[in-house]
Design a protein around this ligand. Structure first.
Ligand code: T1G
Length: 708
């Protein structure tokens, strides 16, 4: 029996089975709630049916509302309350309904399951209210029903933080009634027989876990504090907490209305538009126009890393964490021992913070095999080189790797600045050479820039893109230009931060303005963390000092004083033993002296100017990169900045942010800065062109793919 093409009913004796089938993730697209409603009506009217199971076809239960249809609600085309009505109808059904969950019951999917009278799940299933990650809150009673099942503390955590919960935990919290090993459908039907004679309990009437105001007050206070800290600047987590609080203070219907109002408010917000862009963007970056989905990937069962420094050690951990055995090679025993000690220390930290178990760590450490020779390299499928940044050294390493590695092994470089094609030229297999630019700390940062050389083969690209997923990273394909995409843009951003302090803005004022904008860290504090000498080395090596173009000098001068940042206890700030930053009164004095000597007039600079100069410097360079085809889409640039540079996700990334500000305004400001500050601010032709035609970065397509 079929209600519509998305929902089918079948029968197993007295148990009806309602199957939802809307691949790939059974999202609640238009027609699906309506189909389930019809199914409920039909089983209510069917005298043979005593009880029903609601289950998902394919790889998952319902993963939530259809995010692509949100625009229909904001445009007024749909009210979007069909689901709310359906859930009441389900609860009111006299015949007990059992939701049978596999895969993910997320958002509207969990809300749907909570409106059933019972819930069973496979042990591998997960449940969650991830809406805050899209800048919204649950919109179909999730904040009202979840505290009634799981209690206030758990519900507020799930709704405000948005993280998934494993089935075994969900059972313990009371969200699930039973775990079913083996065949879910059969187990759910058996469960349905068992409860057929029991009353159909309505979740909305189960008030016993809602607690008292005295019990709840500290829970909400702690949740708000946590949200302000961990989800700084985001509106939705606080709205979600308010809505769960409403569940404890109001009747169910009123609570739902409260939730609905906050949901709509959030749905219309800029933050939610940005976060939805990020959700789809994260998936879009995996799509490479000239590398078809069907492109065969190469086997990747064993890897090697050259260099056990901070980056190399971190990369070895990333492979081990993904269960891939990895050789870790150094040139001498002392360096290898230092590298291994760092790896052990990093793992021990994670164990002490409760993030990993000792058993997991022991297993991973066993996968990392330290070595001083190339023995065993002939058996690996991929090598990542992470030696010191220097072209000659890298070429030597690659020539050696070409000799020792088997044909077909991928030779990747973790270089952050060097030309991949030149590195590849030292091998006989440039088509197997590629850049895999990890970000520090490699075992933490989610970004992986995959740098396409002129000869990199499609199979190698497809393999690295797939590998990034396996390693828990977001891989973004970029072209082979100086600094690739992220660092090429980050340069002008940090350059402006230096110019600003040289013109009279305070060090803390610059960092605070960008921190308040939402950046994880201010640009000057970031310099101290990375080491000011790193930037100086790159500047020295690559920048042709054109005397007509202004160059920042402050960081070079700090370096001359031995102030390299955190590692030397002083840079832009001074640091104590625990590397806690403190403003250093010596710095403004030095800056004034240096600026005076350089003839730079000092003035008061607003936080708006600080933000515009730093962020529009990013955007202007991003526009050049996009036009030149070194990034496939504006979205790719956005994702790079979110996962590699601490750009706030709720602003969608630099290019999305510029689109929302309006490219006319951005172009106007960039042109003003050009007049005021000279050549470095020359507007990118693409920015000008899009601004003049009223277009956006989002709708710009290069049509050329990534330049090799
Ligand atoms: N709506 C529309 N499309 C979706 C979708 C959704 N909810 N979830 C996934 N997709 C698409 C995705 O874009 C991709 O498309 C394909 O499905 C496979 O996804 C009323 C308001 C379920 C864990 O936030 O977390 O319910 O790229 O590559 O790694 O209160 O997708 O192939 O064209 O991610 O196996 C709440 C979001 C919505 C869940 C599967 N739900 N999805 O991961 O595959 S708001 C969510 C996920 C809501 C209610 C509120 C993951 C996944 P394409 P994928 P995956």
């Amino acid at each position: 029996m079929v209600t519509n093409n998305l929902v089918q009913i079948s029968k197993d004796g007295e148990v009806a089975v309602i199957t939802v089938n809307n691949p790939p993730v059974n999202a609640l697209s238009l027609g699906l709630p309506e189909g389930i409603a019809e199914a409920i009506e039909s089983i209510a009217a069917d005298n043979q049916v005593k009880t029903a199971v609601l289950i998902g076809a394919g790889k998952t239960f319902v993963a939530g509302a259809d995010i692509k249809e949100f625009g229909k609600i904001t445009s007024g085309e749909r009210r979007g309350s069909e689901l709310v009505q359906l859930l009441l109808k389900m609860e009111d059904c006299r015949k007990p309904l059992v939701a049978a969950i596999h895969g993910t019951a997320f958002g509207g999917g969990l809300e749907l399951a909570m409106a059933a009278h019972y819930r069973v799940a496979n042990p591998g299933a997960q449940v969650g209210q991830p809406e805050v990650k899209l800048g919204i809150i649950p919109g179909a009673g999730g904040t009202q029903r979840l505290p009634r099942l799981a209690g206030v503390a758990k519900a507020v955590e799930m709704c405000a933080e948005g993280n998934p919960v494993k089935a075994s935990d969900a059972l313990q919290f009371g969200i699930l009634d039973r775990l079913i090993e083996g065949d879910l459908r059969a187990g759910a039907i058996e469960f349905a027989h068992e409860i057929a004679a029991k009353p159909a309990l309505k979740t909305r009437e189960r008030n016993e876990k809602l607690g008292t105001p005295e019990q709840n007050a500290p829970i909400f206070a702690a949740a708000r504090q946590n949200a302000c800290h961990k989800q700084r600047g985001m509106v939705a987590p606080l709205a979600a907490i308010d809505a769960v609080e409403a569940a404890t203070l109001m009747r169910f219907e009123q609570g739902c209305e409260f939730e609905r109002n906050r949901f709509i408010e959030c749905l219309f917000s800029e933050q939610s538009k940005a976060l939805i862009h990020v959700f789809f963007g994260e998936r879009e970056v995996a799509k490479i126009p000239d590398v078809a989905k069907e492109t065969p990937v190469l086997p990747l069962a064993a890897a090697a890393v050259i260099g056990a420094g901070t980056m190399g050690g971190g990369i070895a951990m990333v492979f081990a964490n993904a269960g891939i055995p990895v050789l870790l090679k150094e040139v001498d025993r002392a360096a290898l021992d230092r590298g291994l000690a760092n790896i052990r220390k990093n793992y021990a930290n994670s164990v002490s913070k409760g993030r990993l178990t000792q058993q997991f760590v022991d297993e991973r450490l066993n996968l990392i095999q330290p070595t001083l020779s190339f023995d065993g390299f002939s058996a690996v499928d991929m090598v990542v080189e992470a030696v010191f940044e220097g072209m000659e050294l890298k070429k030597q390493v690659f020539a050696e790797l070409d000799r020792v590695c088997k044909p077909g092994a991928i030779l990747a470089s973790n270089t952050s600045t060097l030309n991949i094609d030149e590195i590849a030229s030292s091998t006989s297999r440039p088509e197997f050479v590629i850049g895999t630019h990890f970000f520090s700390p490699a075992n933490v940062m989610r970004l992986l820039e995959i740098v396409r050389g002129r000869a990199s083969s499609k199979e190698v690209i497809a393999t690295c893109m797939q590998l990034s997923k396996k390693l828990g990273k977001v891989g973004v394909l970029v072209g082979n230009c100086m600094g690739f995409v992220g660092n090429r843009m980050f340069g002008p951003y940090r350059r402006e931060a230096q110019f600003l302090v040289e013109e009279g803005a305070g060090v803390e004022a610059v960092d605070k303005a960008l921190f308040d904008f939402g950046m994880a860290m201010g640009p000057l504090a970031t310099g101290d963390l990375a080491g000011l000498d790193v930037g100086r080395r790159i500047r020295k090596e690559y920048h042709q000092q054109d005397p007509n173009v202004r160059q920042p000098f402050a960081e070079d001068k700090l370096c001359e004083l031995g102030r390299f940042g955190q590692k030397t206890g002083a840079g832009w700030y001074k640091y104590d033993e625990q590397r806690r930053a403190e403003p250093d009164p010596a710095v403004p004095v030095l800056l004034r002296e240096w600026s005076e000597k350089a003839g730079i007039p000092q003035r008061t600079i607003s936080s708006d100017e600080i933000v515009e100069r730093c962020i529009y410097a990013l955007v202007n360079e991003g526009a050049r990169i996009l036009e030149q085809g070194y990034a496939l889409r504006a979205t790719d640039i956005d994702i790079i900045f979110l996962y590699g540079y601490g750009f706030p996700a709720y602003r969608g990334g630099p290019m999305w942010h510029a689109d929302r500000v309006g490219l006319k305004k951005v172009y106007h400001r960039v042109s003003e800065f050009h007049r005021q500050f000279g050549a470095l601010w020359e507007p990118a032709p693409l920015l000008e062109q899009l601004a003049v035609h009223g277009r956006t970065f989002s709708d710009f397509q290069t049509g050329r793919g990534v330049a090799a």
